[in-house]
Design a protein around this ligand. Structure first.
Ligand SMILES: Cc1ncc(COP(=O)(O)O)c(C=O)c1O
Length: 368
């Protein structure tokens, strides 16, 4: 079956005992044994609660993976990859441009843990090749990357990394399984802040990892979540499951609106960063690597970003992304000095409102 069908039906998730078309929320943390002292289903909720397990199965199917693990947040999932797979003395490569909180965490953790970490422009294959060392354990990618929407060639980096004996993990939060399949392009792991598009309604904090293979690296990640317990609760998992059922309709619509807005704003003379525009430096890679559109995130660069935000009536000035409501954010204020976000940049997360309302709001605020 095609991914839209798998997502809409949550893998045809009819509840066997009742026939309910909506998956039940399993709140039990423990499960009784039978007369022969055997478990009839799960044993304990940390790894086996059926509601998060259902959400994991849906995402594994959408990403074409061998398995998925749900975490309490995107950060728990992302940091788990480094912590489960890297030992003191290892080397890791991460993108210079990308989610700032992970960059900050990696600097502190790697220094404390004796792991060498290089921030590299991963869109530059020569720079990736030069940064790889015999000790490189992991190459972390984010594409399209916050907040300039740099697009990294996943297949090319995976070939370089694998030849050097390193693993590749991709933060695919902003691409979503609608636009990109990193595992099919050669990545070993995919990570999502499911707080964003997978949940889709700005009402659940969650993270996901998907693996290409059920191998020793995946066993290490399963053990980390089991031992440290940063798992997803059933109520959050239910919201995530519900969000994923409408993933394709939401993301395709928001991405269409984002392209339209990018084109209309560029036509007004505004400096726009969006991988779907031919003017974006990585448009060719994006066109090759992404399907069904280029995502619903774009940035604009304007002379007085905070004054522009103050005039908006439709766009909500808030952090995060991937919800049904459109958000706008001045990343430089949030990330502070040292941020690769230019001070004149505003990040736009396009939601599901009418495209004319979104455009008219921006145009009115842009008018002198
Ligand atoms: C691209 C990206 N990766 C990871 C994260 C972290 O996810 P969470 O907030 O769910 O911990 C975020 C959150 O903003 C993000 O935008």
């Amino acid at each position: 079956m095609r991914p839209e069908t798998l997502a809409a039906q949550a893998l045809h998730g009819i509840d066997a005992p009742t026939g309910a078309t909506v998956p039940p929320i399993h709140l039990a943390t423990t499960y009784a044994r039978d007369a022969r002292y055997q478990l009839v289903g799960p044993g304990y909720a940390r790894d086996e609660n059926p509601t998060p397990v259902h959400a994991e199965r849906v995402l594994a199917a959408l990403e074409g993976g061998a398995g998925a693990l749900a975490f309490a947040s995107g950060m728990a999932a992302a940091t788990g990859v480094f912590r489960a797979l890297c030992r003191p003395g290892d080397h890791v490569i991460a993108p210079r441009v990308g989610y700032y909180n992970l960059r900050g965490w990696l600097a502190a953790w790697s220094a404390r843990w004796g792991v060498a970490a290089d921030l590299v422009d991963t869109t530059d294959l020569a720079a990736v090749r030069a940064a790889l060392r015999p000790t490189t354990r992991l190459v972390w990618l984010e594409t399209p990357a916050n907040p300039t929407w740099d697009v990294t060639d996943i297949a090319a980096v995976a070939a370089l990394a694998h030849a050097a004996g390193a693993l590749v993990a991709v933060d695919s939060t902003c691409a979503t399984p609608v636009h990109s399949q990193p595992l099919a392009l050669g990545a070993d792991l995919v990570m999502h802040s499911a707080t964003k598009y997978l949940g889709g309604h700005s009402d659940v904090l969650a993270g996901m990892l998907v693996t290409a293979r059920d191998d020793e690296h995946w066993a290490a990640l399963r053990a980390l979540r089991h031992d440290e317990g940063a798992c997803l609760g059933p109520l959050e998992a239910y919201l995530l499951l519900r969000g994923m059922r409408t993933l394709f309709a939401r993301v395709e619509r928001a991405s269409r609106t984002a392209l339209l807005l990018a084109e209309r704003l560029a036509a007004l003379g505004v400096r726009v960063r969006y991988p779907g525009l031919a003017s974006h430096p990585h448009h060719a890679v994006a066109a090759r690597q992404m399907q069904r559109g280029f995502g619903a995130m774009l940035s604009i660069q304007v002379p007085d970003p905070l004054a522009l935000v103050a005039q908006l009536r439709v766009w909500v000035p808030a952090t995060s992304l991937g919800g049904v409501e459109s958000l706008i954010e001045h990343r430089y204020t949030v990330e502070g000095a040292g941020s690769p976000a230019p001070p004149d940049l505003l990040r736009l997360s396009v939601g599901l409102e009418h495209e004319d309302d979104l455009f008219d709001d921006l145009r009115a605020a842009l008018a002198p």
